[in-house]
Design a protein around this ligand. Structure first.
Ligand SMILES: [Zn+2]
Ligand SMILES: [Zn+2]
Length: 363
């Protein structure tokens, strides 16, 4: 990330007045009107203007300082963010800034200070049983973390040699493109944005500058995760190269199904068997919840498949507070075998129940 303060030749603590003065002085010297036909002066003038544009606006300056503190990435909070709860529109805004900043790069980088690059995001899956998903868990996750190659010291060049300045982009790492008043840029195709090329790659790391090691970290899985929920851990992904920030670790929960419950959003559904007399006469039955048994009143005359809601006994909400509901779905069981007395009783019942349940099929 470019140092806009350096572009204007001021310190990071410069006051608004100091920034204005520095800008005016430099703008006079490099103004295209006084340097007609000199593309370097024009480029320099653009850089100065961009730096002034950002640093003279308190909001933009704060944003820039924050980005600089985060190694060029937009600060996005930390710790957990549930599925899809990512930075949102902020990312695009930051990316646009990043293009402008890169476009406004001052002078050529030297081979000894190549471009810092953010590490890649890493995805890992963790297997959880249903109980763990409902209560939350600490799970060890094995991640591959690159460390600077000991043989080349991270440069990627064969020991005894050095990377050299990329001849295509002169170490800038970017290929510039002017679109209207914005200077957009893309990574230099020859050096991939590094600003340097390696003629003799280090045999140990193959020129990447790092080798990897496995390490274990404990990941806190919040209560209420679903199968497929992604948890993003900022900066726990692949290490950045050349001082760049680390990528993110994305932990994807794989939740095994429960023997008792199926999930509907934040509600849990349980199938509750009841006898025919319980359904017909009404009953108090016990139902297992995540927190133990609760008594459920089955109203008299409950049809098969009736859903009864038990508030607040569902899954913990990942976003927001509290829990969903437990939905008890009644399943009226038909006895497979009958004792002689039961048979007699049912035969009597059948005679007393003169109604024809199939009547409506033919009317
Ligand atoms: Zn190496
Ligand atoms: Zn290049």
């Amino acid at each position: 990330m470019d140092d806009l303060y350096a572009t204007l030749g001021v310190t990071k603590t410069a006051t608004a007045d100091e920034i204005k003065k520095a800008y005016r002085k430099l703008a006079r010297v490099h103004h295209p009107d006084t340097n007609a036909g000199d593309p370097k002066a024009e480029e320099r003038f653009k850089e100065i203007s961009h730096a002034h544009d950002v640093l003279s606006d308190p909001d933009k300056r704060r944003e820039y300082d924050a980005r600089a503190a985060f190694g060029g990435r937009a600060p996005n909070g930390g710790g957990f963010s549930g599925a899809g709860a990512d930075g949102g529109g902020f990312g695009d805004f930051a990316d646009m800034f990043s293009s402008i900043f890169r476009g406004a790069r001052t002078g050529a980088r030297t081979a000894s200070e190549p471009a810092a690059r953010r590490g890649a995001d890493v995805e890992v899956e963790v297997n959880l049983n249903f109980e763990q998903a409902m209560r939350g868990a600490q799970v060890p996750v094995s991640v591959e973390t690159p460390v600077a190659c000991a043989d080349c010291g991270g440069s990627g060049a064969k020991p005894g040699t050095n990377p050299r300045l990329c001849p295509d982009c002169k170490g800038r790492g970017v290929r510039g493109r002017d679109v209207g008043s914005f200077a957009f840029s893309e990574p230099c195709p020859r050096c991939g944005g590094n600003g340097t090329v390696i003629d003799d790659p280090c045999p140990t790391c193959g020129g990447s500058g790092h080798t990897s090691t496995r390490s274990q970290i404990k990941v806190k899985i919040p209560a209420g995760v679903k199968d497929g929920t992604r948890i993003r851990l900022k900066g726990k992904g692949q290490a950045g190269t050349r001082g760049g920030p680390a990528g993110d670790l994305q932990v994807i929960s794989r939740v095994s199904p429960s023997r008792l419950y199926t999930r509907q959003g934040d509600d849990l559904v349980i199938s509750v068997p009841v006898t025919f007399p319980e359904a017909a006469l009404g009953a108090q039955v016990e139902v297992p919840t995540l927190d133990g048994r609760v008594k459920l009143t089955v109203p008299a005359g409950s049809p098969d498949g009736r859903s009864l809601r038990i508030g607040g006994q569902g899954a913990p909400r990942l976003k927001g507070e509290g829990r969903g509901d437990l939905i008890a779905k009644l399943r009226v069981e038909v006895p497979r075998e009958l004792s002689a007395d039961q048979r007699k009783a049912l035969e009597k019942f059948s005679k007393l129940d003169a109604r024809d349940p199939r009547e409506t099929l033919f009317s």
